[in-house]
Write a new protein. Structure first.
Ligand code: S3P
Length: 428
């Protein structure tokens, strides 16, 4: 598919964004292993979460959607999951594959997880190593590439120093930890998103957080309480709308009900340093997660330096920040973000190449980029998403300020996390 985006000014609107992708995956998984019926409203109805939903069904969990869009999940308990009779297709979703590997490592049966060509070329050794230390048996292609075959059961708990600040790695180990009879520790080099910890705690699991260390005590083999959860809007999706408001002239946008968990709001902190006119309104808590309305107005941005502990708090927004940096005063430097090279695509390479086609000046580093600001982007050309939803959406936002707009090829990937994106952008 191709997405055509026209140059725009004077956007004045009020919107909401789809449910948080990370929380949606976790809701389906934890509801599936809880004892009893969970209710999930605001679930992200995008391809990635549907991969998780279909797999939970293949593991024997009944999931239905009522007329109001609420999902009802009949949790079978951790011991109620059954051996799947077929390969578990994770599609494009790293969260599905890595978190479910942890969950399945603890179950006394055999399962095979596979994905699309992007997912099957992303590193899985980062979860195979700790899960194998917990005594799961896992086979992979080459050095840790999916498809993965897992023979689970009889795990022991570990104290694991994770070499990467990754919520997927952390969550995989914690979900495996539920099936041990001991205390599992995960130590992270920097804090990554903490939705798994929050949700496990809400389900009654004995879990404690001390700085960057998470301690999960499952000595009593926990029974998880069912959830009644209303999922907030995804700040990673809201970020695209925020960017649209900032870089188009004479614009004002209100985005309602966005999740503002502090492990995810690095983008707001970076934008504040860049001089963005943002107002966080109506802050409240729902289902244990903070949420707020975000108002944004056109702003003259300035360059920023992004590195260190801020990186995991805005990792998914870095391609978008690279676009914003082309419109800011000065030179923006992004470092410590080598993780971007192993996302749905190599995001450093992809965003640099596509923004350069519009005339941006970007130098690539192994772990980041240097981006020259104050660049009028040329348009009237075709760019590619490389099958990566966040690259596709970033380029669509670039089209709003490029002379003559742009066409984004392979735009169907946007359905991974933001199904109504095209409609929303065209109606802005
Ligand atoms: C996610 C964690 C992050 C993020 C991804 C979703 C999650 O990945 O980039 O989009 O839901 O746990 P890493 O754990 O690989 O950093």
């Amino acid at each position: 598919m191709k997405l055509q985006v026209e140059n725009k000014t004077r956007i004045d609107t009020k919107v909401s964004v789809p449910g948080d992708k990370s929380i949606s995956h976790r809701s389906l998984m934890l509801a599936g292993i809880a004892n009893g019926q969970s209710r999930i409203s605001g679930l992200l109805e995008g391809e990635d979460c549907f991969s998780t939903l279909k797999i939970m069904k293949k593991l024997g969990v009944d999931i239905t959607r009522d007329n109001s869009g609420t999902y009802l999940v009949e949790g079978k308990g951790l011991n109620g999951l059954k051996e799947p009779t077929d390969i578990l297709d994770c599609g494009n979703s790293g969260t599905t594959m890595r978190l479910l590997s942890g969950l399945l490592a603890g179950r006394p049966f055999y399962s095979v997880l596979s994905g699309d060509s992007s997912l099957n070329s992303r590193p899985m050794d980062r979860i195979i190593t700790p899960l194998t230390k917990m005594r799961a048996q896992i086979w992979s292609r080459q050095e840790g590439l999916a498809p993965l075959s897992i023979k689970g059961g009889n795990l022991t708990s570990i104290n694991y120093d994770s070499p990467v600040a990754s919520a997927q790695v952390k969550s995989s180990i914690l979900l495996a930890g539920l099936s041990t009879k001991g205390i599992t520790y995960v130590n992270e080099p920097a804090q990554s998103r903490d939705h798994t910890e929050k949700m496990l705690k809400a389900a009654g699991v004995d879990i404690q957080i001390d700085g960057n260390t998470i301690k999960l005590n499952s000595s009593g083999q926990p029974e998880l309480k069912p959830l009644d959860i209303k999922i907030p809007g995804d700040i990673s999706s809201a970020a695209f709308i925020i960017a649209a408001g900032l870089i188009t002239k004479n614009s004002k946008i209100l985005i309602k009900d966005v999740g503002v968990n502090q492990t995810r709001t690095g983008i707001l902190d970076a934008l504040e340093i860049m001089g963005a006119d943002l107002t966080i309104k109506n802050k409240r808590t729902s289902s244990g997660e903070p949420l707020a309305d975000i108002q944004v107005q056109s702003s003259k941005l300035k360059a920023v330096e992004i590195s260190g502990e801020l990186v995991p708090r805005l990792i998914d927004e870095i391609p978008l920040l690279a676009l914003l940096a082309t419109q800011a005063d000065g030179v923006t430097v992004i470092k410590d973000a080598a993780e971007l090279r192993v996302k749905e695509t190599d995001r450093i390479k992809a965003i640099s190449s596509e923004l350069r086609k519009l005339g941006a000046e970007i130098e690539e580093y192994p772990d980041g980029m240097k981006i020259k600001g104050n660049t009028q982007l040329k348009g009237g050309i075709e760019v590619d998403s490389f099958g990566d939803h966040r690259i596709g959406m970033t380029m669509a936002i670039a089209g709003l300020v490029a002379e003559n707009g742009i066409t984004v090829n392979n735009s169907e990937s946007i359905n991974i996390s933001f199904p109504d994106f095209e409609k929303l952008i065209n109606n802005l």
